[in-house]
Design a binder for this molecule. Structure first.
Ligand code: MN
Length: 707
């Protein structure tokens, strides 16, 4: 069978006899050059360049591009050189073949490690002639279609490279159909099992969706007919497997959350019909506000134009609708290639071409002005991979992070020890909050101190799994250690009732209790006490029993002192917010450790009959730190009166954590706020100062708020 035949049939549809003849000459030349080389699949090698040429012929590419496609592997794989090609096929074809050959020689490990210089070369090749990348993409598409013949390791490398380099480039050039096929083939080659499972699931879900799709379709069609709009086409729109997989994987959406969205595309003749159809749809189903996008007025960077809206369909199912003209649709599917495919002077086609050129031109200028290829690559990458950010270490190393990542994610990405001890960050040499999302191109310097430790609040803003798991792991270990220490002290205190000290108790005595309670170790016993799962008085009683001492108690209430740094197992009750200097007591809360209350707190008093849960407490001398306290202020409703209060607080070093202001009547303001203070005397100074303000009518500390 002549493998050239099908290519020829395709070419005959748009090429002249002369052009065909010169392509046939290239075919004979290439066939001879590749000789008896065979592909992994066992087929003659020449089948590959011919197939690549066919893909490009379907895109109606010109004679030079098709010729170059047929010759694209001869320099790399045979004894033919550039001079031979110039002599036989001219400079233009030779330049294309040369460009594709150079791209083939670039070896991408993956996009994070891709050598900046190599990436630069590729962009430059694209800029010198966009047809080079089209041949390369067609080459890659055919290789992906026939990848099953390759050994597993090579298959994975090529699949990864396709997903990370070539599909994004196709996307950037607006070549949707190419991108979708490259992604699905890459996905299948990289994760065959996941691909198969997902494919089956999608097919199954399709069956269930049929009825509701038909219902929505009928309603839309009826509305269109009623409005007497002509040449309107409606089609349902599925998502490709890789995009479903990526959504599940990266956005942690469930399969049904993705599949329960019904996609429709409506193509129309003229631009203004797009907006009329949009109005029709919004009249038919309620649109979800904030989700409407007008990419017709403001096209995407790759030239894509369409209206997007999301509607509440029947039974509340979300409907995603895309509305565009036929011409916009051609661009949406083929991007830059639409220029060759539809040889018209239509504006949309012209736009996408000039946009791509402007983008590439911008790249060339970037390259000229960039101080180094790292800086250049950073720009190109953030352009090709908008879901990722690329930032620099102070030494210029690129760190790749998901969109929204913060300095804490960055710190953990470098090393868990850096993450665990980070306290501050300089972004582009300026101190910034650790929670600030990073942007591509920034230089990030983490400041660490030896005794710092991860903060539970970080979990609210980190986005990488690595940071999250390290922080959680650390907190768990930390809580464990703190619980043991607290449990020990609670037991020690409870033992006092029996005139005993922990130091006097021999290990076998404790071990006997551990065994009897079916615990793992002595540390575990104390942890249980510290966490409030096992009352200290009960444990003390057991200890004293097995110590078989008949000493009776003298001092029943010997308080435990707290230092304020107990951390996770010790918390301050929000109902009464005790501060150093207050009379306090502790309430043992199951699984949570000790909660410190004011001795007078009504919430604590409710437990006073449960002696084993209440612990008398004392503050350690000279406690340092900030403690929250609630205060209430009644103010004259005058301009600047609230400002006077906040200024006074700031002057006395008290931070306002929350503030709720309410007009109680025309003349008065009622303000409740939570502020941080050092201790009782600090609070007293604050209250005195506020009291002296003429606008302040009344001020008091709140000690029993409902929480
Ligand atoms: Mn090839």
């Amino acid at each position: 069978m002549n493998i050239f035949a099908s290519l020829k049939t395709e070419l005959q549809q748009y090429m002249t006899g002369n052009e065909l003849a010169s392509i046939e000459k290239a075919y004979e030349f290439s066939k001879k050059a590749h000789g008896d080389q065979i592909r992994y699949s066992g087929e003659p090698y020449i089948t590959h360049p011919v197939a690549v040429a066919l893909i490009l012929a379907e895109m109606r590419m010109d004679v030079e591009t098709i010729t170059a496609a047929i010759l694209h592997d001869v320099i790399e794989d045979t004894s033919v050189n550039t001079t031979n090609i110039i002599n036989q096929f001219g400079q233009e074809v030779s330049n294309l073949v040369d460009g594709v050959t150079k791209l083939t020689q670039i070896n991408f490990e993956n996009h994070a490690q891709a050598q900046a210089e190599n990436f630069r070369k590729m962009i430059m090749a694209m800029a010198s002639d966009i047809r080079i990348i089209l041949v390369k993409l067609a080459d890659r598409l055919h290789n992906m279609r026939t990848i099953h013949g390759l050994p597993a390791k090579k298959r994975r490398r090529i699949a990864l490279e396709t997903l990370e380099i070539f599909a994004p480039i196709a996307n950037r050039l607006g070549m949707h159909a190419f991108r979708v096929e490259l992604e699905d083939l890459g996905f299948r080659a990289l994760y065959p099992l996941r691909y198969k499972i997902l494919k089956t699931a999608v097919e199954k879900a399709g069956g269930n969706r049929h009825e509701i799709m038909a219902l929505i379709e009928t309603q839309i069609r009826e509305a269109i007919t009623k409005a007497q709009l002509s040449s309107v086409n409606l089609s349902s729109r599925g998502k490709h497997l890789y995009s479903i997989y990526k959504k599940m994987h990266e956005k942690h959406l469930s399969f049904s959350e993705i599949m329960d969205v019904y996609g429709f595309r409506i193509t129309v003749g003229k631009v203004d019909t797009c907006y009329r159809v949009l109005g029709l749809l919004h009249g038919l189903f309620k649109p979800i506000s904030q989700r409407f996008k007008d990419y017709i007025a403001i096209p995407k960077a790759n030239g894509y134009q369409s209206l997007h809206t999301i509607l509440f369909g029947p039974y509340g199912v979300p409907i995603e609708a895309q509305i565009r003209t036929e011409e916009m649709h051609k661009v949406a599917e083929n991007g830059i290639a639409a220029h060759w495919l539809y040889k018209t002077e239509k504006k949309a086609l012209h736009d996408v071409q000039s946009r791509a050129n402007a983008w590439l031109q911008g790249m060339v200028e970037m390259d000229q002005s960039a101080r180094n290829s790292l800086e250049f690559i950073e720009h190109v990458k953030s352009d090709l991979f908008p879901d990722e950010v690329y930032v620099f270490t102070p030494k210029g190393k690129i760190i790749e992070l998901p969109f929204g990542a913060t300095a804490v994610d960055f710190a953990y990405a470098i090393h868990s020890a850096i993450g665990n001890t980070c306290v501050a960050v300089k972004i582009d040499k300026r101190l910034s909050p650790l929670s600030m999302p990073l942007e591509s191109g920034q230089q990030v310097e983490i400041i660490t101190t030896q005794n710092a430790r991860p903060n539970a609040a970080w979990l609210n803003f980190v986005v990488t799994g690595k940071a999250r798991s390290h922080i959680k792991h650390y907190l768990k270990r930390q809580q464990h250690a703190e619980s043991i220490a607290l449990g020990k002290r609670l037991t020690e205190k409870a033992l006092f009732t029996y005139g005993l000290e922990l130091g006097q108790i021999a290990t076998p005595v404790l071990q006997a209790i551990v065994d009897a309670s079916q615990l793992e170790s002595i540390a575990h016993l104390f942890e249980e006490v510290g966490m409030g799962n096992r009352p200290a008085p009960l444990v003390a009683k057991q200890i004293s029993k097995s110590f078989s001492s008949q000493l009776t108690s003298g001092d029943a209430l010997h308080p435990l002192t707290i230092q304020g740094t107990e951390g996770l197992v010790l918390s301050y009750a929000k109902c009464c917010r005790p501060i150093p200097g207050d009379h306090i007591a502790g309430l043992i809360k199951e699984g949570q450790g000790l909660e410190v209350h004011l001795m007078s707190c009504p919430h604590l008093l409710a437990f006073q009959h449960q002696v084993e849960r209440c612990v008398p407490l004392l503050w350690e001398n000279n406690i340092a730190g900030d403690f929250s306290v609630d205060i209430q202020i009644d103010l004259l409703n005058k301009r600047g009166s609230l400002g006077g209060v906040t200024t006074a607080l700031a002057e006395l070093d008290a931070n306002i954590m929350t503030l709720r202001a309410q007009e109680s009547d025309v003349h008065h303001f009622h303000v409740e706020m939570t502020v941080t203070v050092k201790n009782r005397s600090h609070l007293a100074r604050i209250m005195r100062k506020l009291h002296r303000q003429s606008d302040v009518i009344r001020i008091l500390r709140l000690k029993s708020r409902a929480v």
